[in-house]
Ligand binder design. Structure first.
Ligand code: NG1
Ligand code: MG
Length: 552
């Protein structure tokens, strides 16, 4: 199983580049980072940690409801050169520097606190993030680059240095970052930052070396995903696990089907024609990312956007369960996937998912959600908080405590029907998308009809993201329309949305002409040339997931 494999550690550069399996010239970038590290810190790095961004091909806003998604790691990544520093008087001190001048050098030290005191006391500031025995401040009021570094560090401290051994000290460390994942564009620069930071701290603290580990401590790809998901929540978004899973587990030349129920599992899936890209006449799937250039600031808008979707879908799940007469614990935050499992009598603690049963269940749920349709004059707006509480069958206080106390949301109305319908139908599309890819791989066919089938699922997904999930924006809607006009089989928003990138499915032979057409038709691209244009619209090949290079 892909998730139970260890994190790849390379000591030979040729093996590393081969594993990355991409066409980019890596050598120059890795080499330059190592040289810069020497010039800034006066010694060689001990490791370089790498984590890629990802493009989600299909399955949007459903991972936090525990439905499977279909992303692929991209070639764009974050690299961190790092080395321990011998200054034992400052345990755990971090100097984090960045090749990008915009991100200035940051220094911070986690503080050991003897016992965890009540929040707000002198030892434990109000907004501190608590580690049993350590604390580290993460500024949630504004987006700061080092917050992702701290988030990565937090998990390492929490998992490996939080016990009562006074001799267990994290090592002081120097870090140098470089990144090629565009920030705030839906390609998960945040997950790439958190995963690579987590890996760098694990590496310098000797936690990835075989000889230092007890078997139970071996850090698998799956356990790195779990730590990274928890870590990223520290930055303030209650996300699912798609980004971290694809950044960690992906393999070159394959997309990744990631499912979260009953537990995390991941299956690499080849894309149609991915081995025939240079074979003229054979249609081959190429995915093109195009940035709408609308920046969606998650930190600023989470209350009315991302986190609101999380709350709406959770509330919808409880109400559905109640209406379908299913058991739901008084304080249980049942997911939409959980509702389906209970309806179909699935084993919620088991390992296996009966795929046929899942598909049948999804079909049924897509109609059961009708019971969530709001009525009355203001039904377009959704339902008010009062109605939602009433429908849930819970008391006002209990409802607010379970669904609203842990997350910041701002809304007068809640769209339960639209969101739940989106989730179940989108989950169905993911299964179909996966099936089309698997069938094409099994018969080694890559015909136009295969790309057409995938493309129309992507178009349906875009329509649903726009009309039901309402996570697009006019520019994204326009860009996907232009992409279809320019010959894409399908085009959709990728990632959280409200701006950021689109992903379009194009035949490998059409990439250049497609990009030229979009440049000519999408207003914000008109004045962009050369590198500036390549930064906003580019074809991507599925890349491999996170790894570490160890200097010897
Ligand atoms: P982005 O914003 O693209 O990183 C977010 C979530 C995902 C998933 C998608 C929507 C984070 C870190 N990630 O992705 O888990 O829910 O939105 O499908 O917030
Ligand atoms: Mg992100």
């Amino acid at each position: 199983m892909a998730a139970s494999l260890p994190i790849p550690i390379f000591t030979n550069l040729q093996d590393l580049y081969q594993n990355l399996g991409t066409s980019l010239n890596h050598a120059e970038r890795w080499d330059n980072l190592a040289k810069e590290f020497v010039s800034r810190f006066g010694r060689k790095p001990a490791y370089i940690a790498r984590a890629p961004g990802r493009v989600n091909l299909i399955g949007e806003h459903i991972d936090y409801q525990l439905f499977g998604v279909f992303p692929a790691a991209i070639e764009h990544d974050i690299l961190i050169a790092c080395a321990p520093r011998s200054s034992p008087e400052q345990p755990g001190n971090v100097v984090a520097d960045n090749l990008h001048r915009k991100y200035t050098r940051q220094t911070f030290t986690p503080t050991r606190i003897p016992t965890l005191g009540p929040v707000g006391t002198e030892d434990v500031p109000k907004d501190a993030v608590h580690v049993e025995g350590w604390h580290l401040d993460i500024d949630k009021t504004e987006l700061r680059w080092e917050s992702y570094v701290k988030a990565g560090y937090y998990g390492v401290l929490n998992h490996f240095f939080a016990h009562n051994d006074p001799n267990a000290h994290p090592i002081p460390v120097d870090l140098l970052f470089t990144g090629s994942v565009p920030a705030g564009s839906g390609l998960s620069s945040s997950a790439a930052m958190v995963v690579s930071s987590t890996l760098a701290f694990l590496a310098v603290n000797g936690l990835l070396d075989d000889n230092n580990q007890k078997p139970k401590d071996v850090i698998t790809k799956g356990s790195l995903v779990q730590i990274a998901v928890e870590n990223e929540k520290r930055v303030g978004v209650n996300s699912g696990g798609m980004d971290q899973a694809s950044s960690v587990i992906s393999l070159a030349n394959s997309a990744l089907y990631v499912s979260f129920f009953p537990k995390l599992s991941a299956q690499p899936i080849p894309l149609p024609g991915s081995n025939d890209a240079r074979n003229p006449g054979v249609p081959s799937a190429t995915f093109i990312c195009a940035n709408s250039l609308v920046v969606s600031d998650k930190a600023v808008h989470a209350k009315t956007r991302y986190n609101l979707r999380v709350v709406e879908t959770l509330a919808a799940a409880r109400i559905l369960a109640v209406r379908l007469g299913l058991h739901v614990g008084p304080r249980e935050k049942l997911t939409l996937r959980g509702v389906l499992a209970r309806l179909m009598g699935e084993n919620e603690d088991g390992d296996e998912v009966d795929e046929k049963k899942l598909a049948e269940g999804l079909k049924r749920m897509a109609t059961e959600v009708e019971c969530l349709r709001p009525e009355g004059a203001t039904s377009e707006l959704g339902v008010t908080l009062e109605t939602m509480v009433e429908w849930s069958g819970m008391g006002d206080e209990a409802f607010k405590d379970v669904y609203l106390s842990w997350v910041d949301v701002e809304a007068t109305h809640f769209q339960l029907y639209k969101r739940a319908k989106h989730v179940y139908e989108e989950a169905m599309r993911v299964l179909r998308f996966r099936e089309v890819c698997l069938d094409a791989a099994a018969s080694s066919t890559s015909e136009t009809s295969v790309l057409e089938a995938l493309g129309s699922l992507m178009n349906e997904s875009q329509e649903s993201c726009s009309a039901l999930c309402e996570c697009t924006c006019p520019e994204i809607d326009e860009l996907t329309r232009l992409a279809r006009e320019a010959g894409a089989y399908g085009s959709r928003v990728t990632g959280a949305g409200w701006g950021g990138c689109t992903v379009s499915l194009v035949d490998a032979t059409q990439v250049d002409s497609f990009i030229a057409k979009i440049k000519a038709s999408y207003g914000p691209y008109k004045d962009l040339e050369g590198d500036a244009l390549r930064e906003v619209i580019f074809a991507t090949k599925p890349s491999s997931g996170a790894c570490v290079y160890k200097f010897e």
